[in-house]
Every structure is written in structure tokens, then in C-alpha cells.
Design a protein around this ligand. Structure first.
Ligand code: ARG
Length: 455
């Protein structure tokens, strides 16, 4: 493509080292779409005749079909998907093909292709986030009123409903969804027309190109446009956070599936056995997802590091963006998909979860609250209940089964009726009526909200 200036052919090692078509061929549909829009602008500017434009369009569509059906041969010697398609076009339609690259550079071309690719993938990813939210909401609905312990420091803390725990993830995924959509808004700018870095003396109708390609505006600085990969950084950051969320859910699932917890039963279809130990049933999907989060973080760091310190504008370093982007998109999609399936196939062992939540000590805070309602300052109430907890440990009796005299000695507020009323999980949960707290009323409302939002 640049044979004019060079007397020697490229070294074979250089070709292998610098080719990207082995992975960026995936951009072919977007590349072709962009080229057709660009060709239309060239026709409008009088660079291409109507006949040449038609030939180019038909040739590009033919190549698209050939690639889709595996009949197109990519040549690593032509470096990337852009040059492969352009060379393929000229080979197929002759002279008109050689006019296509007028007023365009691979620099604005690749910036465009990536944006088109990401836009499509963000749509797919947002749908998959919604799918997982829906699966979690479905499971939550099945366990709307089943209790389990809520944890802090992985120590049993207070009883909650299983639905409350699961819906926490639905909220997290809602923010993920928002981040994906938000990034989309900022990447909604067409860079085509920026040329290599300084536009072109041949002025094309950029707005028309943008419109044809479904962008709502064009980029405003050609140097920024070819050097910018912020949109990819934002997406990889959003995917890294999704990975972080999935890995936390993975950890919960792994713990719940252990014999020690015994809260959840994953389906046979979503667990694996051991090649040696016949009894094993392992939560590999969750473990793999927890592990794959490493890639999602790594890819974000790859891209940020590739871009760090690059002088304006385009530098070849930027070709290193693609594998990181593709890998994060593929990894996040696969994880979201299989997680939704695994959650749909899971069932809680409600008895075990309720038993674990049944330790009256989990209501110690509620007891302190009762003292507060009886006029005791909270710090004092905390100490009084703390001493009762210590006493129950010393006597080895549950916190709700100390002698009535023990409670009264701790505080005259703690009449037998109060003790009986406090140590009741259902009452304790019903009392938690503030927005966001797990009262049955709140949960019913939130479930309705999600069911409406995730049809
Ligand atoms: N394959 C290149 C990339 O992905 C396309 C742009 C190449 N531009 C250039 N001037 N060499 O970044």
C-alpha cells in the first residue's frame, strides 16, 4: 500500500510482528459499513461517479458475504482488516476500488470501526445484564419471605430475607447497566473525516456520514478523534466493575454451596464433578467467573497503560487496544450469560438458611433498640446487651433463654413480654420499614418494581 516510497519489501518478521488481521478481522462488518458511508460522501463530493459508487458498494457487500461465509482469504502481509478489505475490493472491482481511501486514513477508520463495534456490543451487554437481573429477581421472588443470616466480616450479623440479599445484586447490576449506557452516550460521535490527524483538503459532508452510521454528532477535533480511546477505557472499566460484582456474587454462591453453609443447591447442569472423588459437586462456574475477573481488570490496565504517555495523535501502540477490548467483551458476555442460566437453575435450602438465621444472638441489636425505646441511651443499651450476650455464652444458653431475673438485673426495661416480642425474626424484619431496609412490605414493593422494569 505504501510501495511508492520504499525500495525494499518488508521483512517477514516485521509482517508477522505488525499484523493485526488475525484478530481485527472481527471488525469487518463495521469496516464495510463505514466504507460504504464514506464512499457515499465521496460521491456527493464529486470524487466518485454514481457508477463507481455502486460498484464499490456492491463489491463491499460481496466481500462482507465472503467473509461471513468463510470464503475470503485474509493476507497477513496486508496488515489489518482495513487494508485486506480495500485490497480485496480493488481486486474484485478494479480502478474504482483504488479511489475509496480518498480523504480517509486507517486512523479515523479504525477509530470509527471500534466505536461501531462497541456500540453493538454495549447493546448486547446491556441486554445480558438485564437477563441476569431478571434471573436474580426470579429467584428472589421464589424466596421473598425466606430468611437467611446477613453477614458482615463473614460473621452472622442480622437476619434478612433471601430476596433482600439477591436484590442487592440486582441493584449493583442496575448501576452496571447505567455505566454501559452512559459510556454509550459519550462514544456517540463519528470520527470519520478526521483523516490521519488533520482532516483533508477534500472536504466531505461529515454530518451526513455520521447520520448514515447512526451517530448523533461528529467529533470536533481531528487530532483528538484519532488519538482517543476513552470510550474503550470506559467500557473496559464498566466491564471490570461488572467482573467485580460477579466475583462477589460468585463468592457468595461458592460459600452457600459449601457443606458448611449448605444454603444453595446448584443444578447438576451447572456444576462439575471430580475426576477422583465421586462425591464432589463443584461450583466451577462461580469459581471461573471469580477468576476471569482478573482478565477484566488486566485488560483495563493493558489499555490504560498502552495509552499512557502517548504523544498526540495516533501511534501504532494503539493497535494493542484490540485484543484487550475483544477479550473483555467476550469474557463479560460469556460470564453474564452463564450466570443467568446458573441462577435460574439454583434453589435455596430454605431450612438450612432459616436455621442459620435462627440464632437469637442475631437479634441482639433489636434488643438494644428496645432498651432505647424504653429510654436508655444507645451506648448504654449496647453495653447492657453485650453483657447479656457474654452471660449467655458463659452459661451456654441462647440469648433468648436466660433467666427472667438475668434480664431484669441487666435493665428493668427488659420485662418478659419484651423479651418474647424481641426474639422473633418475623417481628424484627417487619419493624425494618425504612426505605431500603428489609421489611416484607419493602421487599414486596421492590420486587414489583423490578418485575415491571425487567419484563
Ligand atoms: N491496524 C491499525 C490499528 O489497529 C490501524 C491503524 C493503522 N494506522 C497506521 N497509520 N499504521 O491501530
Amino acid at each position: 500500500m505504501w510501495k511508492g516510497r520504499f525500495q525494499q519489501a518488508s521483512s517477514d518478521r516485521l509482517k508477522t510482528y505488525s499484523e493485526s488481521v488475525s484478530f481485527d478481522w472481527r471488525l469487518y462488518r463495521h469496516d464495510i459499513r463505514g466504507s460504504i458511508a464514506h464512499a457515499r460522501a465521496l460521491k456527493k463530493a464529486g470524487i466518485l461517479t454514481a457508477g463507481e459508487f455502486s460498484k464499490i458498494e456492491a463489491g463491499l457487500r460481496r466481500i462482507e458475504k465472503e467473509i461471513r461465509t468463510g470464503r475470503f482469504t485474509f493476507d497477513a502481509g496486508l496488515e489489518d482488516v482495513h487494508m485486506n478489505i480495500e485490497a480485496g475490493l480493488t481486486k474484485r472491482i478494479g480502478a474504482a476500488g483504488a479511489k475509496l481511501h480518498t480523504a480517509r486514513s486507517r486512523n479515523d477508520q479504525v477509530a470509527l470501526d471500534l466505536r461501531l463495534y462497541l456500540r453493538e456490543e454495549i447493546e448486547a451487554l446491556s441486554g445480558l445484564v438485564r437477563g441476569l437481573q431478571k434471573a436474580l429477581t426470579g429467584l428472589a421472588a421464589r424466596h421473598e419471605k425466606d430468611v437467611m443470616p446477613g453477614y458482615t466480616h463473614l460473621q452472622r450479623a442480622q437476619p434478612v430475607f433471601i430476596s433482600h440479599h439477591l436484590l442487592a445484586y440486582v441493584e449493583m447490576l442496575e448501576r452496571d447497566h447505567g455505566r454501559l449506557r452512559d459510556g454509550l452516550k459519550r462514544s456517540d460521535e463519528c470520527p470519520l473525516g478526521s483523516g490521519a490527524l488533520a482532516g483533508s483538503t477534500i472536504v466531505l459532508d461529515r454530518e451526513a456520514v455520521a447520520k448514515e452510521l447512526g451517530f448523533s454528532r461528529v467529533t470536533q477535533n481531528s487530532m483528538d478523534a484519532v488519538g482517543d480511546r476513552d470510550f474503550a477505557c470506559e467500557l473496559l472499566a464498566a466491564l471490570a466493575i461488572i467482573g467485580m460484582h460477579l466475583s462477589r456474587l460468585s463468592e457468595d454462591v461458592i460459600l452457600w454451596a459449601s457443606a458448611e453453609f449448605g444454603f444453595i443447591e446448584l443444578s447438576d447442569r451447572h456444576t462439575t464433578g471430580s475426576s477422583l472423588m465421586p462425591q464432589k459437586k463443584n461450583p466451577d462456574i462461580a469459581e471461573l467467573t471469580r477468576g476471569k475477573t482478573g482478565r477484566l481488570y488486566g485488560n483495563l490496565f493493558t489499555l490504560l497503560t498502552v495509552l499512557k504517555g502517548l504523544p498526540l495523535t495516533y501511534n501504532r501502540d494503539m493497535q494493542e487496544d484490540k485484543e484487550a477490548i475483544f477479550d473483555s467483551v467476550d469474557t463479560a458476555k460469556a460470564a453474564l450469560e452463564i450466570f443467568a442460566e446458573m441462577i435460574r437453575g439454583a434453589r435455596f435450602r430454605t431450612g438450612a438458611a432459616a436455621r442459620a438465621a435462627g440464632d437469637p444472638a442475631l437479634l441482639a441489636t433489636d434488643l438494644a433498640d428496645r432498651l432505647v425505646l424504653g429510654g436508655v441511651p444507645f451506648r448504654q443499651a449496647h453495653e447492657i446487651v453485650g453483657k447479656l450476650v457474654a452471660l449467655s455464652a458463659r452459661k451456654d444458653v441462647p440469648l433468648d433463654q436466660l433467666d427472667p431475673a438475668d434480664y431484669l438485673a441487666a435493665s428493668p426495661v427488659l420485662q418478659a413480654g419484651i423479651i418474647k416480642a424481641v426474639f422473633n425474626v418475623a417481628t424484627g424484619l417487619s419493624a425494618r420499614g425504612a426505605t431500603g431496609a428489609p421489611s416484607p412490605k419493602n421487599l414486596a414493593k421492590r420486587l414489583t418494581h423490578w418485575k415491571k422494569r425487567l419484563p
